[in-house]
Design a protein around this ligand. Structure first.
Ligand SMILES: C[S@@+](CC[C@H](N)C(=O)[O-])C[C@H]1O[C@@H](n2cnc3c(N)ncnc32)[C@H](O)[C@@H]1O
Length: 324
């Protein structure tokens, strides 16, 4: 198993993802004789995992089942043990694109933190590129090294335990891109410039506060960087759900079913016809067209409502109307 190459079967020593549902999964280190507890019962590594195909449905001891997934950087990001705050896939995808990373790219990063971004960078630059990642917290640097080894990507990454603001990235004139996720990135811009290839490259700094961004932009300018942009990536996930609405009162059914657009075999029209035969008070969602009566007051014209209101979507109780 490697985070950069797909393996078909689960092997002793692999890191696999136990998937109980989109909101519930966790990583497991597969070991001969090992057991993993889940809410559906025990998974026995020797019999339930090793030798099985990735993607298999595994039945646990209490009869419930889980899927065992091959790890990816994206799955690792949502399952890794947090040692720091981390970057998530929305930001990672834009960072990768704006740094123009591809297989073969040489990238410098600091700090390594929990390795969330590092795993994604390594997968992007593999098989011929390299990541140089600098972390000044000794335990974090060591843990990152251990994880890269376990995940089969150690040949693609060099972890250095030092202060990037004082000592830089430990390389010069080789990087295509530099990424910074540290509290004082402006102090590392000079080192980033030295790490980049002589012909130039791209740099990105990630900061939670605008004051940090301002200082970093100034430092970039002073170091000769151009085309400096500041952006925030906002991901908006739509919450799609089905709701039931009261059936709108569209007035009395028209006698003449041959009016344009009426087709009783069409499910949309059937819903409309059903709604139109329901007597009752006007529905707030249904604005009835009106015409002046003899006394000058506005009266709803029930007949024309049929032709003026068109059902545009009918999905299990969700009715959306528009006026032609
Ligand atoms: C927010 S975390 C980075 C998280 C990482 N991007 C990820 O996705 O997992 C910041 C890391 O930078 C490290 N750090 C802060 N200042 C540093 C410096 N001057 N040199 C090296 N590492 C530094 C911290 O120890 C911490 O682990």
């Amino acid at each position: 198993m490697s985070f950069v190459e797909y393996g078909d079967t689960i092997k002793d020593g692999d890191t696999a993802i136990v998937f109980l549902g989109h909101e519930s999964m966790f990583p497991v280190k597969v070991q001969h004789g090992g057991v993993t507890q889940t809410k559906y019962g025990v998974i026995r590594h020797s019999t339930d995992l090793i030798g099985k195909k990735y993607g298999s449905k595994v039945t646990c001891s209490k009869g419930g089942w889980v899927f065992i997934l091959h790890p990816t950087p994206e799955l690792w990001t949502v399952n890794l043990p947090h040692r720091t705050q981390i970057l998530y896939s929305t930001d990672i995808s834009v960072i990768t694109m704006m740094l123009e990373l591809k297989p073969g790219s040489i990238v410098c990063e600091s700090g390594t933190g929990s390795g969330s971004l590092s795993h994604a960078l390594i997968r992007t630059v593999a098989p011929t590129g390299h990541l140089y990642t600098v972390e000044f917290h000794q335990q974090r640097a060591e843990k990152a090294k251990e994880e890269f080894r376990e995940h089969g990507v150690e040949h693609l990454v060099t972890v250095t335990n030092q202060d990037v603001c004082k000592n830089g990235f430990g390389v010069s004139d080789i990087a295509d891109a530099v990424f910074l996720d540290i509290p004082s990135p402006w102090e590392a811009i000079g080192h980033a410039k030295s790490a980049l290839k002589a012909e130039g490259g791209r740099i990105c700094s990630f900061s939670p506060c605008i004051e940090q961004v301002q200082r970093t932009c100034l430092a970039m300018e002073e170091n000769g960087f151009t085309e400096i942009n500041t952006l925030e990536i906002l991901l908006r996930v739509y919450n799609v759900r089905t709701i039931s609405l009261q059936i709108p009162d569209l007035g009395k059914a028209a006698e003449d079913n041959s009016s344009p657009g009426f087709d009783s075999s069409n499910p949309s029209t059937q819903v409309l016809a059903m709604a139109s035969t329901t007597a009752g008070s006007a529905h707030p969602l249904c604005s009835m067209p009106s015409k002046p009566a003899v006394d000058g007051t506005l009266q709803p014209t029930r007949q024309t409502a049929m032709t003026q209101v068109r059902l545009v979507k009918h999905s299990r109780g969700l009715l959306l109307f528009t006026v032609l």
